[in-house]
Design a protein around this ligand. Structure first.
Ligand code: ATP
Ligand code: MG
Length: 247
């Protein structure tokens, strides 16, 4: 589905990703874990070129981008097209405050996909139903809980019919009692076969739902393996030390 090789990213003289090789197969769920500042968000954003790498390649199906080899950088049109193939959910919900849940979910299909209004509305209602919010379609974000807002954000990302979903600490800003409802939606997406890369501190969830866990430290992949193996019996001392904080 997506493959990156030799991926590098610097911010000024801060090298944040050092030479990342990562392959995510269609239908696979990969959890990305690691300390604060290790480069998880940057790597996730490089996967859909929201952050443009300084070196390496990003390949998704037939589309392939090479960076840092002297080739011209992809134009904004090519970048936008590539980004539209993935849905991204952030820690902050970023819903449009003056639009209802339904209007938030319809927005992308209407403006980007140029879908007719009845179709966009039918799709949005179907997706709100899928995230358990059919009864909140007409509510404004200010009237929704954090967990509900985040589920609208997931429905909104799904409305673009992405080939892959990226989650960056989607539950970190939520009150503890609201985390489960969002993880539940993510779990059912995984069960349906959605390709997903999830940055998370929810280690139990990663162990349960992910196929693979990738441990990143200082911009380097230290360990990459089957979820239960990495979490229960990590091979690297650094992984063990990191995971010990969660017990
Ligand atoms: P956290 O767990 O705190 O979210 P992270 O693993 O997601 O951390 P990143 O956000 O990818 O880490 O940041 C990695 C490094 O890159 C940090 O040193 C950060 O300060 C730096 N960085 C990230 N984005 C930018 C930016 N836009 N400009 C400059 N430096 C940045
Ligand atoms: Mg981050």
């Amino acid at each position: 589905m997506i493959e990156v090789a030799g991926l590098q990213k610097r911010f000024g003289d801060n090298t944040v990703l050092r030479s990342i090789d990562l392959r995510v197969a269609r239908g696979e769920v990969v959890a990305l874990i690691g300390p604060s500042g290790s480069g998880k968000s940057t790597l996730l954003r490089c996967l859909n070129l929201l952050v443009v790498p300084d070196g390496g390649t990003v390949r998704m199906g037939e589309r392939r981008f090479d960076f840092g080899g002297g080739d011209a950088l992809p134009g904004t049109g090519a970048l936008a097209k590539f980004r539209a193939t993935t849905g991204m959910v952030f820690q902050q919900f970023n819903l449009f405050p003056h639009r209802t849940a339904l209007q938030n979910v319809m927005e992308g299909p209407l403006t980007v996909r140029r879908m007719a209004k009845p179709q966009a509305e039918a799709l949005a209602r179907e997706l709100l139903d899928k995230v358990g919010l059919s009864d909140k379609a007409e509510q404004y974000p200010s009237r929704l809980s954090g967990g509900q807002k985040q589920r609208v954000a997931i429905a909104r990302a799904l409305a673009m019919q992405p080939e892959m979903m990226l989650f960056d600490e989607a539950t970190s800003a939520l009150d503890p009692e609201l985390v489960g409802e969002v993880l539940g939606v993510m779990q059912s997406l995984a069960a349906e076969g959605m390709t997903m890369v999830i940055v998370t501190h929810e280690i139990a969830f990663a162990r349960e739902v992910a196929d693979r866990v990738v441990f990143l430290r200082d911009g380097v992949i230290v360990e990459d393996g089957p979820a239960r193996q990495v979490i229960d019996t990590p091979r690297q001392d650094a992984t063990r030390a990191f995971l010990s904080h969660f017990h």
